[in-house]
Design a protein around this ligand. Structure first.
Ligand SMILES: [Zn+2]
Length: 511
């Protein structure tokens, strides 16, 4: 006998509907799963057999074939346990005609424990959103209830396989399982950390304000203990709030990675700070069952790379694609997966391997060659993506001892929001979202040089050996500074300010 149960799977960060077809025929007792299941799905067999037996049903000792269609798309995840188990119960006549009829109206997702209890599975949110058009009621594990609410699809959350069978048979009332249609949005949480707590470092704070206002990437160079990571952690707090659409995008990525935690919808910009020993796969995404990496978990937020020069050359190399395109493409034998990865890069590094170069109290023990090698680790193409570089000096006692608090994150964010508003109007109807992403034509249109600028730029080119690409970066950054001031045109003083965050060229770190 044949039965069909509807479920879902994930490709990239989108879900797609999958039909689980179960055929039971006389013959040697076997259970075969076909239709491009990966290792995770094939393991489902053992759980399904145990869960069916331990729920008081019979596991048919016959030839069972499970087909997952469409067959050409790879299936991964543990959500197939429950639909396969139900398909077997239906195909072996352990569900009544009425129950089988009711089953056709359901979209079933869930991992099974050996005793038949439902366990949470990854990617519930994108699967529910993509399958909403089917007009079915979803069955999801109770632990995934928050994702069900965000999806605004109708759903029920049975606790066990037996519960669900009883619901289908009409043995338990409908209100024994929850149905909710309410999408929930949480308020943006005010971060607990604030720029006002960081003493001194006015130049670095200003660089981060410009970065937030124009979407620029930043590199902070400074002695250990100068507050690089303190500053970086406070950076998301001055970024504009997420739009509804951005929230949903990030929430889908976290759903796929099983990192939802207790949140319903992620409403704060993500901040990711992977360690420099991270593998390429963990950073960029991929693996035998592809998963988004840190660059995608930082989507619409901040990727903080501390000890930037300590990251492997290969890891820094793979950062180029997301920095350039705002996404990563992972190619495998049978499929190509694309994950969004548009983040602001905040990088930090010591001035030299021992960390003491420029420290008035401790001597630097590095040889010039070591220092050069250290600096050259960050390749030119990567530096081309970093618009602002700022040197942090040790905090002066007079700054540290200041009783008056500095500006709060909220005050800085207000200016950032104004500058962003100007950019939204400027780039209306284009794909550009901020000054940092202007193309050559837009730079020409929106960044005309003010009178007297030639002298400043020529001097800078001579002094720092800047490339033409560096000049583009200077113009984009100056545009943002002008926007922060609400000025229509870039002025010479804006260009002069940018020179303080002078871009590094291939020669390495400026002294
Ligand atoms: Zn040193």
């Amino acid at each position: 006998m044949l039965s069909t149960v509807c479920t879902g799977a994930i490709q990239g960060i989108e879900g797609f509907p999958v039909c689980v077809e179960v055929d039971i025929a006389p013959g040697m007792p076997t259970l075969a799963v076909v239709g491009l299941p990966d290792a995770e799905v094939r393991e489902s067999k053992e759980r399904v057999v145990a869960a069916i037996r331990n729920s008081g049903f019979d596991f048919p000792l016959k030839r069972i074939t499970v087909n997952l269609s469409p067959a050409e798309l790879r299936k991964s995840g543990t959500q197939f346990d429950l639909p396969i188990a139900l398909g077997i119960l239906a195909a072996s006549d352990q569900l009544s005609q009425n129950a089988r009829q009711k089953l056709t109206g359901l979209l079933v997702l869930g991992e099974l424990a050996l005793d038949g209890t439902l366990r949470p599975c990854a990617g519930v949110l994108p699967m529910l959103i993509s399958c909403k058009k089917l007009g079915k009621t979803a069955v999801i594990p109770p632990q995934n209830v928050l994702e069900g609410q965000v999806s605004s699809a109708p759903f029920i959350t049975p606790h066990t396989l037996k519960d669900l069978a009883d619901y289908l048979e009409g043995k338990i009332e409908q209100d024994a399982v929850q149905i909710s249609y309410i999408p929930q949005t949480e308020e943006r949480l005010e971060p607990e950390i604030d720029f006002a707590e960081v003493k001194g470092q006015a130049l670095a704070k200003r660089a981060l304000e410009i970065a937030a206002a124009g979407g620029h990437n930043v590199l902070m160079i400074g002695l250990p203990g100068t507050g690089k990571s303190m500053l970086a952690k406070r950076f998301p707090g001055i970024l504009p709030p997420l739009t509804q659409e951005e929230s949903l995008e990030i929430t889908k990525i976290y759903s796929i990675c099983n990192l939802m935690g207790k949140s319903r919808l992620l409403t704060n910009r993500p901040f990711r700070d992977p360690h420099h020993t991270i593998s390429n796969v963990a950073l960029i995404g991929g693996g035998s069952t592809p998963r988004p990496g840190e660059v995608s978990l930082a989507h619409n937020g901040v990727l903080f790379l501390d000890e930037f020069a300590e990251f492997s050359r290969a890891a820094l190399e793979v950062l180029r694609e997301p920095l350039e395109n705002g996404q990563v493409t992972i190619s495998r034998a049978k499929e190509t997966v694309t994950y969004p990865a548009r983040f602001t890069l905040v990088a930090a590094m010591n001035p030299c391997p021992c960390g003491n170069l420029g420290n008035p109290l401790k001597p630097c023990t590095c040889s010039p060659m070591q220092i050069n090698r250290y600096k050259s680790r960050i390749s030119g193409p990567l530096l081309d993506r970093i618009d602002l570089t700022v040197n942090l000096n040790p905090v002066k006692y007079s700054d540290w001892n200041k009783t008056s608090e500095g500006e709060t994150s909220a005050q800085i964010r207000e200016r950032v929001l104004k500058a962003r508003k100007i950019q939204r109007a400027r780039f209306a109807g284009t794909n550009t979202t901020a000054n940092a992403f202007m193309n050559a034509k837009q730079i020409k249109e929106f960044c005309p040089l003010p009178p007297g600028a030639d002298t400043v730029l020529e001097a800078a080119m001579r002094k720092f050996g800047l490339s033409a690409r560096s000049l583009d970066k200077i113009l984009k950054t100056a545009r943002t500074i002008a926007d922060l001031e609400g000025k229509k045109d870039i002025e010479v003083k804006h260009l002069v300010e940018v020179m303080q965050y002078r871009p590094l060229d291939r020669k390495g770190v400026a002294d």
